[in-house]
Write a protein that binds this ligand. Structure first.
Ligand code: SAM
Length: 210
């Protein structure tokens, strides 16, 4: 759950009955950026953030920026905490992409240097960054609810995965990841490191390339 998923009554209850008892860190993961829609539940945001801190990649590649208030924000914060590295995030919707760029330009200048926003629906747009890095060290898939599309995105990155590469997927249990789920669970090259489910998550999986 996160604050954006609450109805107005629940928000009031959260404000007065829950918030005072949460640590500052837990509030931040639950609340995200005030007034900005963002997906991922609190536990998922934290897992993504901690995975980037642990792997400390030069680049993380994300499909599905949305408004920039969910996974993008917590990934950028992880890179800011590391003091180096960048999230390269791809969004197919031009309005959402422009809104996210404007948000980081105007309200989040300290994070802006840790995020590159790409507009489009083709992961081939990541190619220049992959060539610079020589590998896909960290990939987060959270695009359309479309099994074939997610599988094609996974296959795009496949030649760039190396031992220790991290692949994180949201909506792990739904149609979005049905074919990627099959591919990963049948592959000897990948090991599940973290799987989150209800009530903490609507489906979050973190795999490591062996
Ligand atoms: C579930 S939302 C992402 C949520 C976001 N990661 C967050 O935490 O707030 C999916 C997003 O993927 C975008 N999208 C769909 N197909 C895409 C594609 N092929 N390439 C890039 N973005 C895509 C949608 O426009 C939408 O904004």
């Amino acid at each position: 759950m996160n604050v954006q998923a609450l109805g107005s009554g629940q928000r009031l209850a959260y404000r007065w009955l829950v918030r005072p008892f949460l640590s500052k860190v837990e509030r931040e993961f639950f609340e995200g950026i005030p007034g900005i829609p963002g997906q991922l539940y609190r536990a998922e945001r934290r897992a993504l953030y901690e995975a980037i801190l642990a792997r400390a990649p030069a680049y993380a590649f994300e499909i599905g920026t949305f408004n920039g208030g969910g996974s993008t924000y917590f990934s950028a914060r992880a890179f800011a905490r590391l003091g180096r590295g960048r999230l390269i995030t791809l969004e197919i919707d031009p309005l959402l992409q422009a809104r996210a760029v404007e948000l980081y330009d105007s309200r989040l200048p300290a994070l802006r240097q840790h995020v590159e926003f790409l507009l489009g629906g083709d992961p081939a747009l990541f190619q220049p960054y992959l060539q610079t890095a020589g590998a896909a060290e960290f990939v987060f898939l959270d695009g359309a609810e479309h099994a074939e599309q997610s599988l094609a995105q996974f296959r795009f990155f496949e030649p760039w995965f190396r031992t220790g590469s991290i692949l994180v997927m949201h909506d792990w249990e739904t149609e979005k990841m049905r074919l990627v789920r099959q591919a990963l669970t049948q592959s000897p090259n990948w090991r599940a490191r973290q799987i989150l489910g209800e009530p903490d998550s609507i489906g979050f999986a973190l795999y490591e390339h062996l």
